[in-house]
Write a protein that binds this ligand. Sequence first.
Ligand SMILES: [Zn+2]
Length: 407
Amino acid sequence: MKIISSKYTYIDGEYKKNVAVAFDKKIEKIATLDELKAEFPNAQLITYPNNSVLYPGFINPHVHLEFSANRATLKYGDFMSWLYSVIENREELVSKLNKDLIKEKADEMLKSGVTTFGAISSYGAELEVCAKLEQRVIFFNEVIGSNPAAIDALFNDFKNRVAESIELKSDTLIPAIAIHSPYSVHPFLIREVLNIAKSQNLITTAHFLESQAEREWLENSSGDFLEFFKNFSNTTTAVTTIEEFLNAFKNIPTLFTHAVQVKENEIETINKNGHSVIHCPRSNRLLGCGRAPIEHIDRVLLGTDGLSSNYSLNILEEMRAALTIHFQADLNKLATRLIESVTTTASNALNLKIGKIKPKYWADFAIFTLPDDLKYEDKGSLALHTILNCESADSVYIGGRELRVKN
Ligand SMILES: [Zn+2]
């Protein structure tokens, strides 16, 4: 047993003082340091005295590790130009992926306090490395395919990848599924894949209404995607509508990524049906997609997206960008919400024993130190100053074990 104590401990969305946490692999008890010392006299004491904040390990639910080799290859600024550049350079970028690069990027996330990340995988090439990482990985096997003639082959490949990830399932490797997007997956395939998700109880995610072009294509089979689909799929009609797509997920609470171009009725459906939105503000900005209306969405998680549409996987930098992009929002309330988005909200949406400092939850922690004594100890100030002033975690624990954070 170990006991960890810091100046502030983030519990139930509040910053508690004079509280310590007893843990082994999982959190055992939360009480005052004296109470815990009396109850567990042989426990190892770990104390972080100076302006330290103990958070549950952060969760970054959306990253594409497969594209980690991208630096300045892909074209940023406009979604369609970016998409064409992805298609042109995909093979080359994916071929540069190796074990060391995956490890390096996982470490970059770890350094920013991320103890769990969601890896969207199109090919499954990073599965084995992810299975050996000390971080928890929600391994999203992604399905794509809108051409009816190719569906059987794509579905079989998808099923094989899901089976492989289920074989490697562990406390740190959580098999899951991703549906690429409404414009790129045939409704038949969506239905079959969701049946698997339901029967195997797999966490489900999908890209949704990222760009204006996507909206136009799904609504009217027009816009920039018309040329794209004529060229690549020899088709001039969208395979589904926004409404039909959302309906398919009616009974499966899903993590919809981006949701930049959602309208009021779609937001209502998302909120009403228990779905969440993974907000990727830097990716949206860099691909010219716009600002997601997160102020109207009940459950918002925060993701970095992959290095195919970002310049770092640092979740603190993502939060700082969000503070600036949502310039209309109350600063302290937004900061509070951003901290919730990588802890409590993510925990609830994923339905895993992570993201909260709570008995029986995994002892996954991220400890940060504020640069100075806080004059105003309200939660807005604490959240804001963590985001503004912390470059990296001082220490990170996963399953009760301290991991070295490389600085
Ligand atoms: Zn993505």
